[in-house]
Design a protein around this ligand. Structure first.
Ligand SMILES: [Zn+2]
Length: 529
């Protein structure tokens, strides 16, 4: 019996490895010849752990016809996935599934046209599945068959969503650092649960045009983009709050090169905002474009010879909306070292920065965790008390800690004498503390998008450009960063002075706010909800 169980366990592990084998083979063999696309194999062992139960299920479920049917289904969706990767250069999104069905005739015609060019994906995908079929066929009946059957069905949901009911919004786009089997099930669920269950049809936009305006090497150049978390400028003394919550930033603001202003977020939760902070996308419901990686800031920086960094005190699931993973040289998140990140709190970013080797051109994205709720998880430099609500005191106290953390990040990079430095801080969204009777974020209300923006640079032209923008929003900030890197985006769909605040899902599926903002007239007018 023991022998039989060990054999079954080995077979289950073998099945899991075979399920991810197409990723490895494609990356090593095909990708090295093609040199195109953004495909990157997952390095996350946790995902493999999720796939092992599927291996056990496939081996032990009875009747075997159930395993074979499911296997054929997986093989089919993986063929579709790799066809998408080979043709488009990126993993399929829920929108790809939608487009496949929407333009089925065109897809069939083009598939026939390019069939032989991409036929190599068939053996890459099918061979491991033949191996799995052989293992299922040779598996012996065991007492676990009922558990196996439940596992088989359960894993369809578990692998697809990873954390059911959480991050549903992320389901529409692939997570580029996971295995394709995970992404295939994920976007299929995204299509069925998110795209089909909410709102109406997908709006079609004309693709943007990326214009190369040229880049003159002016080494050294360091661009630091700090993504803040849940920062409310009404609770920063830098912006006039009566409690002195940000004395260090106030000191920094006495420097000529520093500028701070209220801004407007691209979304009301971290996941949706990140898309608009790191990719130049204007419309909240431009879902195809958001999965296409065309205007990703990491991509732009990498193309100009920058060393790119994404150092984050947050979990890696946000990379789903940040995108451009393929163009990141150094990628470290909270998940890379959870124990360290928890113990060091926001100092984790400083710890990660200390370990890096920088070059003459650096594009560094730092992602903060402070001040996400619960606020009293963070240390205080000064402790406030006496507010009608304890949570306001806790938030203000946490702000004194973040004041020190943010100032340290600025002061690490603002001493560069030779060449240029650009430090841009923008919060991902606001954190309401009783404004209009609301608390936290996630509400689709304009106030949730009110964010602090802080900028420091020794490039006067850049500072003048930023100062001229009234309440810069995430779209405008990303656009200015792209311009620094020598790229301009022509958007044929653009309505003058019109911008968007995305709801909880960045394809516009959970609603959005449209607004008109004029730097000339210095007004913001919210149009419709
Ligand atoms: Zn956030």
């Amino acid at each position: 019996m023991e022998l039989k169980r060990s054999k079954m366990a080995l077979h289950a592990i073998a099945v899991a490895l075979l399920l991810v084998a197409p990723d490895l083979v494609y990356a090593v063999v095909c990708h090295s010849f093609q040199h195109t696309g953004t495909f990157r194999v997952s390095h996350d062992p946790k995902v493999l752990l999720l796939i092992i139960p599927l291996g056990i299920g496939l081996i032990t479920a009875r009747p075997k016809a159930l395993s074979f049917t499911y296997l054929a289904f997986l093989c089919l969706i993986q063929l579709g996935q790799f066809a998408h990767i080979a043709y488009f250069g990126t993993c399929a999104s829920a929108h790809s599934v939608y487009m496949l069905l929407y333009e089925l005739g065109d897809v069939i015609r083009e598939s026939a046209n390019v069939f032989w060019q991409y036929a190599y994906i068939i053996p890459v995908v099918v061979t491991p599945f033949v191996g799995i079929a052989y293992l299922i066929r040779s598996s012996e009946r065991c007492r676990l068959h009922l558990v196996g059957t439940i596992l088989l069905i359960g894993t369809i949901c578990a692998i697809g969503t990873r954390v059911p009911n959480r991050h549903r919004g992320a389901a529409c786009c692939p997570n580029e650092i996971r295995f394709t089997i995970n992404n295939s099930l994920k976007v299929l669920w995204g299509y069925l649960l998110v795209m089909q269950s909410n709102m109406v049809s997908i709006k079609k936009y004309i693709p943007y045009e990326v214009i190369d305006t040229g880049y003159k090497p002016d080494a050294p150049v360091t661009i630091v983009y700090i993504i803040g978390e849940s920062m409310n400028y009404n609770h920063m003394s830098l912006f006039g709050y009566e409690r002195d919550t940000t004395p260090n930033l106030k000191r920094l603001a006495t420097e000529q090169t520093f500028y701070h202003t209220p801004g407007i977020a691209g979304g009301i939760v971290t996941l949706s905002s990140c898309k608009f902070m790191m990719n130049i996308v204007r419309e909240a419901d431009n879902s195809f474009f958001k999965c296409a990686n065309m205007t990703n800031l990491f991509k732009f920086a990498k193309s100009r010879g920058f060393k790119t960094f994404y150092l984050s005190a947050q979990t890696e699931h946000l990379l789903t909306s940040i995108a451009g993973v393929h163009y990141i040289d150094v990628l470290i998140t909270k998940d890379s070292n959870i124990a360290k990140a928890r113990s060091m709190q926001e100092d984790y970013l400083r710890y990660l920065l200390d370990q890096q080797t920088f070059t003459d051109r650096n594009f560094i994205v730092l992602h903060q965790w402070c001040i996400h709720s619960p606020y009293n998880d963070f240390p205080n430099i000064k402790k406030f008390s006496g507010s009608a609500e304890a949570r306001v005191d806790e938030y203000d106290s946490a702000m004194t800690y973040n004041d020190v953390m943010i100032t340290r990040l600025f002061e690490r990079f603002n001493k560069q004498k030779r060449g240029k430095f650009y430090i841009i801080f923008a919060s991902d969204h606001n954190e309401l503390l009783g404004e209009d009777g609301l608390y936290g974020h996630s509400h689709l209300a304009p106030k949730v998008a009110d964010i602090p923006v802080m900028i420091q640079s020794n490039d006067k032209a850049f500072m003048d450009e930023m100062r001229a923008i009234f309440k810069p929003n995430h779209f405008e900030i990303a656009t200015v960063i792209a311009k620094l890197l020598g790229y301009e985006i022509r958007n044929p769909n653009e309505e003058p002075d019109t911008f968007y605040i995305s709801g909880a899902e960045y394809s516009g599926k959970f609603g959005y706010i449209k607004y008109r903002k004029s730097s000339k007239d210095r007004i913001v007018e919210y149009l419709l909800f």
